[in-house]
Design a protein around this ligand. Sequence first.
Ligand code: DX5
Ligand code: ZN
Length: 220
Amino acid sequence: MQQPVRIAPSILSADFARLGEEVRAIDAAGADWIHVDVMDGHFVPNITIGPGVVKALRAHTDKPFDVHLMISPVDPFLEAFAEAGADTITVHPEAGPHLHRTLQAIKALGKRAGVSLNPATPAKMLDYVLEEVDLVLVMSVNPGFGGQSFIESQLGKIEAIRNRIEKLGKPIDLEVDGGIDAATAARAIGAGADVLVAGTATFRGGPDAYAANIAALRAS
Ligand code: DX5
Ligand code: ZN
């Protein structure tokens, strides 16, 4: 069942020099989850933050940490992110080599497991793992950077995955990430998404605007 929409601001668009304060500000402004984009300069063409930063941020909020790992290999780092305080750990099938094993490892660490599909990655990648996951993350931009434009073709993929989740009858979250603003949020929700990641649309205008920015996404 499509659940009430949850908003997961991506701290990729926060002021990295004041990250703790930024996390407290989006918590107070109504964020449901904190989305953490981890990039390695290899799987994606950008480098962001590691488990040490996640651990340091853990003291700044009680909201769930939604950790999106865009790194390869990924298995050697799962434990560090789990210990740092991740609640959901999401991986890309291409991070390899064995997606099913990676998902089992995340669950063995006591964390929720997610799979993320890049724009060119078909929903078919979920065929033998959907039952194992707590969350599916549809990338509506190519991973690596905030501030990119929403890729329309991903709406069809969101619809297809929503249908599969309904057939399965499990409460799997369907999250969309990239180019989300009030207009694209409404379309993604219409297609079946129930978690919205938003970097640019949350952080634009500075701390005084965060609550209104998050409310605008929720209202969509
Ligand atoms: C992209 C990241 C996204 C990104 C979203 O690789 O996974 O979470 O920060 O940023 P916006 O909302 O600015 O498109
Ligand atoms: Zn992300």
